[in-house]
Design a protein around this ligand. Structure first.
Ligand SMILES: Cc1cc2nc3c(=O)[nH]c(=O)nc-3n(C[C@H](O)[C@H](O)[C@H](O)COP(=O)(O)OP(=O)(O)OC[C@H]3O[C@@H](n4cnc5c(N)ncnc54)[C@H](O)[C@@H]3O)c2cc1C
Length: 474
């Protein structure tokens, strides 16, 4: 008997497993594939995800494997500098291969005590009042109290739950792969720069000595059932660039679409959805993996609280209440970005106008905060602007704030030195006299780093501790 079974060991499933293990929840991750993915995909980790990695003590390990780039210029690929006064101690983008981030998160989850079984696909399940019986493709049954579908855009769990996935189907497909080229680099760079002025779904980017990552539209490459071939890439390159750059020795050839869909519900009883299983959208702006990892951090402590028995009655429901609107917003911004990449005159005119508007730092910052997810404000009711937002990584007496959040517990930052976490001390840490950098008397942080309360009144604090952390221990 496990507490939680997670279907899928992608970035979302691996992160969720680690978050649950911080609270000693018995976790089993079932992954369909026998081997970790080896496909080629450099993804961008955005500011909020980097902050979350710092909050869990993972950032140093992850930075070793990626390349830092400026945190500006990726809304609809409109080339703008990093907005001034971006409010983060980790204000950059990290380019990192997706399989590497998955490996690091999986290792982290296993180190914390999660069990990961590969080559085990979830094929069915039944839930009752006490738990969920999960059936694997080979007929074996495993029992747990909850099941979370982190099994990607074609989620078996979502389909079996009967949860609708409305939205728009794929309109345009794109080919992606790595290959060697037969012409000098400067010749490629000049041609690519010229073409990208009008064709945004195209690139040839060096990723190693003589090796390029190639992206081209899949128009005309019709057989979707078959993986694309080198000849498909050559044909598309000739159509777009007038040359195939002598490409050869391909690997990791794949195609992806631009379908945009959002699950109608994130939870049915004891079964929940997270990551691509709950939302899909085009990769423009590089947000999907980030969104999934952030779903996992929002859900982890709430599901753990439910299992440990201290969750307030509605805590688990706040997962959908908070995260579905965030996904809705990401879907919308990718729709907008997709339009801005069109070569039609109307969208091109809107693009020129937005390009001008982004010279206003506030506009540039607003869009970058949206994509990097540091602009998120959950609705916790009326209160100061900071309420519901994440707190940046500030200096505190003991070092850095995020260094105090590695264990995934709540945290009271108390400048009054007379507040107490009382009967919640088993779930919430208390830091007296934290820092002069904080300009409010007291702040209560949830385990995901969002501000749950601001003030100096003990009774008010106790009410908010109850709201988020349940009844105090006697
Ligand atoms: C070209 C491209 C570029 C992208 N760039 C970025 C980027 O820069 N930044 C970004 O944030 N995102 C990016 N994304 C999106 C990102 O790759 C996805 O959003 C991310 O992989 C979602 O993670 P996930 O864990 O939710 O799902 P997945 O990564 O799909 O993982 C699901 C896992 O579940 C397993 N599984 C499936 N069915 C079952 C089953 N029945 N039982 C057990 N296991 C199962 C799968 O094998 C897989 O391991 C990009 C996507 C594309 C296509």
């Amino acid at each position: 008997m496990f507490d939680v079974i997670i279907a899928g060991c992608g970035p979302t499933g691996a992160m969720l497993a680690a978050e649950l293990r911080l609270h000693d929840v018995r976790v089993l991750v079932l992954e369909k594939e026998t081997e970790p993915a080896s496909f080629v995909r450099i993804v961008g980790l955005h500011i909020r995800s980097l902050e979350l990695m710092a909050m869990r003590g993972l950032l140093e390990r992850i930075l070793e494997h990626g390349r830092q780039r400026p945190a500006g210029g990726f809304f609809a690929a409109i080339n703008k500098p990093v907005p001034k006064s971006l409010d983060s101690g980790h204000a950059y983008l990290l380019g990192i291969p997706q399989p590497v981030i998955v490996r690091l998160l999986e290792e982290h989850a296993i180190q914390l005590g999660a069990q990961v079984r590969r080559g085990r696909a979830v094929a069915g399940f039944e839930q009752d009042d006490d738990g969920v019986t999960v059936e694997l493709a080979d007929g074996e049954q495993v029992r747990s109290r909850y099941l979370v579908g982190c099994d990607g855009g074609r989620s078996t769990v979502r389909k079996l739950l009967g949860v609708g996935f409305p939205g728009e189907p794929t309109r345009a497909e794109t080919l992606m792969g790595e290959m060697e080229v037969g012409v000098p680099q400067d010749e490629i760079a000049a041609t690519v720069a010229r073409i990208r002025e009008t064709q945004h779904r195209f690139w040839l980017r060096p990723v190693g000595v003589g090796v390029y990552s190639v992206v081209v539209p899949a128009a005309g490459v019709s057989d979707r059932a078959q993986p694309p071939t080198l000849e498909d890439f050559k044909q598309q390159l000739r159509t777009i660039a007038g040359t195939d750059f002598g490409v050869h020795s391909p690997r990791g050839l794949s195609r992806f679409g631009d379908a945009t869909r959002l699950a109608e519900r994130y939870r049915v009883g004891r079964v929940l959805l997270a990551g691509d299983a709950a939302h899909i959208h085009p990769p423009i702006g590089g947000q999907g993996l980030n969104l999934g990892v952030q779903d996992a951090v929002n859900l982890g402590w709430k599901l753990a609280a439910q299992i440990r028995g201290w969750a307030p009655a509605t805590l688990l429901d706040t997962y959908q209440i908070e995260r579905r609107p965030v996904a809705e917003d990401v879907l919308d911004n990718t729709r907008a970005q997709t339009e801005l990449l069109s070569t039609e005159p109307g969208p091109q005119a809107v693009r020129r106008l937005l390009t001008e508007l982004m010279d206003f730092d506030e506009v540039n910052r607003y869009l970058i905060e949206k994509i990097t997810a540091i602009g998120i404000r959950y609705d916790f009711g009326a209160g100061p602007d900071l309420l519901g937002r994440r707190l940046r990584d500030i200096d505190v007496k003991q070092g850095r704030l995020y260094g105090l959040l590695h264990r995934g517990r709540g945290l009271l930052l108390d400048r009054t030195e007379r507040l107490t976490v009382g009967g919640w001390a088993d779930r919430v840490d208390h830091l007296a006299d934290p820092t002069a950098a904080l300009d409010v008397p007291g702040v209560l942080l949830r385990p995901d780093g969002h501000v749950a309360w601001i003030g100096d009144d003990q009774q008010d604090l106790d009410e908010h501790l109850s709201r988020w952390f349940g009844e105090p221990a006697i």
